[in-house]
Design a protein around this ligand. Structure first.
Ligand SMILES: [Zn+2]
Length: 355
């Protein structure tokens, strides 16, 4: 998973590839390889990987030759769904691009510890994050990706996410997470509350909790995020119409409302609010006056009313240097979603070329 501090948590004890060369970047894997051993022997010093299609070889000359004929050297496979500021996201159907998806998965496994579904690529969609240098529009870089099950009974909007190590610490994981929420917001005829597949890795949990907290803070301070899946005519927590001239007061809303407003699962809302120190249930008006902070004994937290003090949210935002700008730009989707359906014949020809 995209992570703030990978090096400390991924001690390179058992890896059997010592270095990987992606394009012209050399770095170390975090985990053992699951590349076929007849192609990538144990204790290989270097594995060369094409930065466009993820073909691989231990022979640098082979990859050097390949890069001139790589069919994806000018454009990634799939359909572009997002494009803003040089960053683009491409939806790649694992069914139509099996070799690409398998090679990407093999590469990703070097950095993803706990995910194991890698060869069943046909049942997944892959969302590839690319960057194109404005000075060299002919060339692009793949920075990372996330995968998503085509049919998820749990409404998971993401299965795996990885920003490749050389590109980490640039908030790109948040961009991909934001895109995953945006896309799930469009699913199922205009509204689907979703979240990442659980359990999350330790690093994934850390990244997501921060992402959720920021998402909630933006919602409370600024209004709806760009990808609110459920239209709500209810009052916005960011604006109290009757008291607009006064300082922000304590406001109340249910965890469910907060989930609907942000497109997040209620369990994730609670996790995030707790991490922000903002999870304060409203006192039960008649029976007791105590403010109960624990939810352990709550039968249905979704319907519980939480008290949110906007000045606390501001404080959190300030302490955590929150930018009120969403990492995902709404304009980035303009004209790209829903994607134009590619005629079947074209898809077949792509598949056959690839395989
Ligand atoms: Zn290639």
């Amino acid at each position: 998973m995209a992570s703030p501090k990978p090096a400390r948590l991924h001690t390179p004890v058992d890896r059997n590839i010592h270095n990987v060369v992606l394009g012209d970047l050399l770095f170390k894997p975090w985990n053992q390889s699951i590349y076929p051993e007849d192609l990538v022997p144990k204790d290989a010093d270097r594995l060369y990987v094409c930065r466009w299609c993820f073909r691989y070889s231990c022979d640098g000359d082979i990859l050097e030759e390949h890069k001139y004929v790589c069919k994806h050297r000018t454009i990634p496979p799939g359909t572009k769904v997002y494009d803003h500021g040089g960053y683009a996201v491409w939806e790649v159907d694992g069914q139509n691009h099996q070799l690409f998806a398998q090679n990407l998965s093999l590469f990703a496994k070097l950095f993803l510890g706990h995910k194991t579904v890698f060869f069943d690529v046909a049942t997944f969609l892959y969302y590839i994050l690319t960057f194109t240098d404005p000075n060299d529009p002919e060339s692009y870089y793949v920075l990372g990706f996330f995968s998503k099950e085509k049919l998820s009974w749990d409404a998971n909007n993401l299965a795996c996410i990885l920003i490749f190590p050389p590109y980490q610490h640039k908030q790109l994981g948040k961009l991909l997470m934001g895109v995953s929420y945006k896309l799930s917001g469009w699913d199922s005829n205009g509204g689907c509350i979703g979240g990442p597949e659980k359990p999350l890795s330790e690093l994934g949990q850390k990244s997501y909790v921060r992402f959720w907290a920021e998402r909630i803070a933006r919602f409370l301070l600024r209004g709806k995020p760009t990808d609110t899946p459920v239209k709500s005519d209810q009052q916005k927590p960011g604006s109290t119409p009757k008291s607009s001239r006064k300082r922000p007061l304590r406001e109340t809303m249910t965890v469910e409302e907060l989930g609907l407003g942000t497109g997040m699962l209620t369990e994730d809302v609670i996790t995030a609010l707790k991490s922000m120190g903002l999870f304060e249930l409203q006192a039960t008006p008649k029976k007791r006056k105590s403010n109960r902070r624990s939810v352990d004994d709550m039968p249905s937290p979704a319907g519980q009313t939480v008290t949110i003090c906007k000045s606390d949210v501001w404080e959190w935002a300030k302490t955590h240097h929150l930018s009120l700008d969403d990492p995902v730009s709404e304009e980035g989707f303009d004209g790209l979603w829903p994607p134009v359906v590619v005629p079947e014949e074209d898809e077949r020809s792509i598949t056959s070329e690839e395989d």
